[in-house]
Design a protein around this ligand. Structure first.
Ligand SMILES: [Zn+2]
Length: 258
């Protein structure tokens, strides 16, 4: 690190758990942020301000007036532009050292596979189950840690699926793709603006911890936030041995409240 970097990241370096070594791991890391909306905005802002080396931003949408109430990466001036371009400019203003790769598409198939393979950490900030399951499958395939967040109305959820660990549950263990899960998309539902800020910032916190190798991640736990009561619940997760995505391993399915 040069003198400017030592200053810019000094409040991280002062943390004994991080120090120069942890910050250097952050500087060397590549994060894939899938979805540059309510969750992806705060997540990417904190990843960039914290100095993560490269952020791949993936989103096929353009900025709409209705996004601005919660998608804090975008501004009135960027309405109508690709979210990834709006996001790249906002991140460059905070930290020009972070390289931002803008992917103006909904990642799927081979492009998703390639981006997950390249990433050190994957943040699922998307708003639909098809993308969530596709991202999960790619993370299982490439054994990448996945930080998964969701939020609608006043209800948020976050967990880590650390798929570097062969015993880890995956997203599909928790929400099997073949079951009828009701889809609550922010595009058509109400969402309390700071709810996605809280969840997205928590995703950034988990991603930075995983990249730096510090603390204890949310792996094996699902946090559920009721922002109306401002209460968090923690639900213990274990792998579903019948999971169609990560099966072939022999752990019983169980979800217990802690
Ligand atoms: Zn699974």
């Amino acid at each position: 690190m040069n003198d400017q970097q030592l200053l810019r990241y000094s409040r991280h370096i002062l943390l004994p758990q991080l120090g120069v070594e942890g910050q250097e791991k952050i500087l060397a890391a590549r994060a894939l942020v899938v979805g540059v909306g309510g969750l992806g905005s705060p997540a990417a802002l904190y990843l960039a301000s914290a100095g993560i080396g490269t952020i791949a931003l993936a989103d096929g949408d353009t900025v709409d007036l209705t996004n601005l109430q919660r998608q804090i990466l975008h501004t009135t001036e960027t309405i109508g532009r690709a979210k990834v371009d709006s996001g790249r400019e906002a991140l460059a203003r905070i930290n020009p050292e972070t390289k931002v790769v803008a992917i103006a598409a909904r990642l799927s198939g081979e492009s998703l596979d390639a981006e997950v393979a390249r990433a050190d950490i994957v943040l699922d900030c998307s708003d639909n189950f098809a993308t969530r399951h596709a991202v999960n499958r790619a993370c299982v395939k490439h054994a990448k840690p996945l930080v998964s967040g969701a939020g609608v109305r006043f209800d948020g959820q976050i967990s880590v699926f650390d798929l570097r660990d062969a015993e880890s549950p995956c997203y599909n263990c928790l929400f099997p793709e073949d079951t009828d899960t009701e889809e609550f998309r922010c595009a058509v539902m109400g969402v309390f603006a700071p709810l996605v800020g809280i969840i997205g910032a928590t995703q950034a916190a988990e991603a930075l911890k995983l990249v730096a190798g510090v603390g204890e991640s949310l792996a094996g736990r699902l946090l559920i936030l009721d922002a109306l009561a401002m209460q968090w619940r923690s639900v213990k997760l274990t792998r579903d041995s019948t999971c169609s995505v990560c099966c072939g391993r022999d752990q019983p399915a169980a979800i217990q409240r802690t």
